[in-house]
Design a protein around this ligand. Structure first.
Ligand code: ADP
Ligand code: ZN
Length: 207
């Protein structure tokens, strides 16, 4: 099964991806994670991506599509995967259709008013877990692996505003794109707890 996770920044794609990966043993491919690993490693791709990411803009399509195309060719992707953060505009979706067979696009719908607080209160771990300050009770380390939590450089109000605008103008049209292909499934209660949202996702995926 090859699926796409769609949703605004802060909709909970990463959180649900880690649950889906654990439950269905489905490979999680996040373009954001790939870019951040490149930034950390000081690669050419990382240097290029950083300026866009820090500004809340999309990294150029050509670079992004090449990375995904390459990643989907690895052996571990043969048994299925979920894409998180890709595609992010109609051009990327059209390119993806040339080199992949997508079965389903899971759209996580969340009340827009919640997104800013969710993202600005987010704390992440290098193991991939993420938390919200409101439920950490002052903890500064990851409950899963014990490492120190940190705030992503682009999780600040200014950049988040641009990311939300980018989502609305460029990514949201993908909802219609996948609906037209008959592949769209929408999770309508993205405001609920992560476990409740995952419950809805399981109902969709188990069908
Ligand atoms: P979020 O969904 O919370 O915004 P991501 O980790 O998915 O976070 O993405 C962080 C940033 O990485 C984006 O704002 C963008 O700059 C860049 N990025 C990730 N995926 C793509 C993509 N498919 N195309 C272009 N840029 C991307
Ligand atoms: Zn951790």
């Amino acid at each position: 099964m090859n699926i796409i996770l769609l949703g605004a920044p802060g909709a909970g794609k990463g959180t649900q991806a880690s649950k889906i990966q654990a439950h269905y043993n489905l490979l999680h491919i996040s373009t954001g994670d790939i870019f951040r690993a490149n930034i950390k490693g000081g690669t050419e791709i990382g240097k290029l991506a950083k300026s866009y990411i820090d500004a809340g803009k999309l990294v150029p399509d050509e670079v992004t599509c090449d990375i995904v195309k390459d990643r989907l060719n690895w052996d571990d992707a043969k048994d299925g995967y979920m894409l998180d953060g890709f595609p992010r505009n109609v051009f990327q979706a059209t390119e993806l259709d040339k080199f992949a067979e997508i079965d389903l696009c899971l759209n996580i719908d969340v009340d827009e008013a919640l997104l800013m607080d969710r993202i600005c209160g987010r704390r992440v771990c290098s193991c991939g877990e993420s938390y919200h300050v409101s439920t950490l009770n002052g903890a500064t380390t990851c409950a899963k692996c014990g490492k120190e939590l940190y705030r992503r450089a682009d999780d600040n109000p200014e950049t988040v505003k641009t990311r939300l605008d980018t989502y609305k103008s460029q990514t949201a049209p993908l909802i219609d794109y996948y609906r037209a292909q008959g592949k769209l499934a929408t999770v309508t209660s993205g405001e609920m707890s992560p476990d409740e949202v995952f419950g809805q996702i399981k109902k969709i995926l188990d069908k």
